[in-house]
Design a protein around this ligand. Structure first.
Ligand SMILES: [Zn+2]
Length: 252
């Protein structure tokens, strides 16, 4: 009887430990996702400091320029080549006013030529402090110092994104699905190079349809006044880096 009672006590103790453990798990993970939801809701209704600083420096929220533009900043999620959110509170896309105006025009041109299709912005203005976050995050990937510029521009020099004069984007169809461009955003290699498209087509690595999809994006962006990039189908510049530096300076 005593043995049986002791056994029951052990079972009760074991069950109690299990309940406490599960409760703790729920508390930690439950509250984390709750906190994340709270943060998202907070961001939807407020303008974080990082964005306020950009507004003070004269930058424009592209969705205010044209609400048809969709935005999903990939560096504000873990869906990027670093698998890390390096943008933190920055979730809206900002550009210099002239660039935002051009992007708004591209969105209108797209709507006219392909009704139902929309521009989806992956990246736009990037304050220099965030450029340092990106640069430093490469160390976690064990990228050797001399190869880092193959992935991210040196923050001391800056990229056109740091001047608010570059935008990374794609096109989504009527269902909101990104068109098949042959590679994902931030794919490193010739398959993403606009200059290598014909070669990739001949080798059977890109299809005619994928090239045509890229051309839909390129057509509206160049008509709106942006320049294409030779190695990234998603990247467009409003002007050269030296012009951007002289006209606007780096975003702080
Ligand atoms: Zn870019």
């Amino acid at each position: 009887m005593n043995i049986f009672a002791a056994h029951c006590r052990d079972i009760h103790f074991f069950m109690l430990k299990k309940v406490i453990f599960l409760g703790l798990l729920l508390l930690v993970f439950g509250s984390t996702s709750f906190a994340q939801e709270l943060k998202k809701e907070w961001n939807r209704n407020t303008i974080p400091d990082i964005e306020q600083k950009m507004i003070i420096q004269g930058l424009i929220d592209v969705q205010k320029a044209n609400p048809d533009i969709l935005v999903e900043l990939k560096y504000a999620t873990t869906d990027n080549f670093m698998r890390k959110n390096v943008y933190e509170d920055l979730t809206r896309a900002y550009l210099q006013p002239e660039m935002a105006k051009r992007l708004a025009k591209a969105a209108t041109l797209l709507k006219q030529s392909k009704p139902g299709y929309q521009l989806l912005v992956y990246d736009a203005a990037r304050p220099n402090s965030v450029q340092y976050n990106l640069w430093n995050a490469l160390d976690d990937l064990k990228i050797p110092a001399k190869s880092k510029t193959q992935y991210v521009a040196d923050p001391k020099i800056g990229s056109n994104h740091n001047f608010g004069c570059a935008v990374d984007l794609t096109v989504v169809d009527e269902k909101g699905k990104p068109l098949d461009m042959g590679t994902s955003f931030d794919f490193f290699g010739p398959l993403a190079y606009p200059r290598s498209e014909q070669e990739m087509l001949k080798k059977g690595k890109l299809t005619q349809k994928q090239i045509e999809n890229r051309q839909i994006l390129r057509k509206v962006m160049t008509q709106a006044g942006f320049k294409t990039n030779t190695t990234e189908w998603w990247h467009f510049d409003g002007m050269s880096k030296s012009q951007a530096r002289a006209r606007y300076g780096m975003i702080k």
